[in-house]
Design a protein around this ligand. Structure first.
Ligand SMILES: [Zn+2]
Length: 99
């Protein structure tokens, strides 16, 4: 599920930084074949749902396992989870052909 997106026309693999740039556009043009495609973020939401779920399980688990876990500690775990999710966004993006 997690891999960098490719052009739907010529299957050029986009690099991490390129994907981030394409995300800000409504319609993108492939730098290799010149055809149009749209970045699809559907899987990004699924990614965040999974991360939220993992973070929630982790929170409950740490509350039971780590004695005297502070609110700050718990907050740090959740911030780390959200940051990880944010960094993984380009791997969850898919490019869809635009007609
Ligand atoms: Zn292409």
């Amino acid at each position: 599920m997690l891999k960098l997106p490719t052009c739907p026309h010529c299957h050029t693999i986009y690099r991490y930084g390129d994907v981030r740039r394409e995300l800000n556009k409504k319609v993108s043009v492939c730098y290799n074949c010149g055809k149009k495609f749209k970045p699809s973020k559907k899987k990004v939401w699924i990614l965040f749902l999974i991360i939220a779920l993992i973070a929630a399980i982790f929170d409950v688990f740490s509350l039971y396992m780590i004695e005297g876990l502070s609110f700050i500690g718990l907050l740090a775990i959740n911030i780390a989870a959200v940051t990880a999710g944010y960094l993984l966004i380009p791997y969850a993006v898919r490019f869809k052909a635009d007609k």
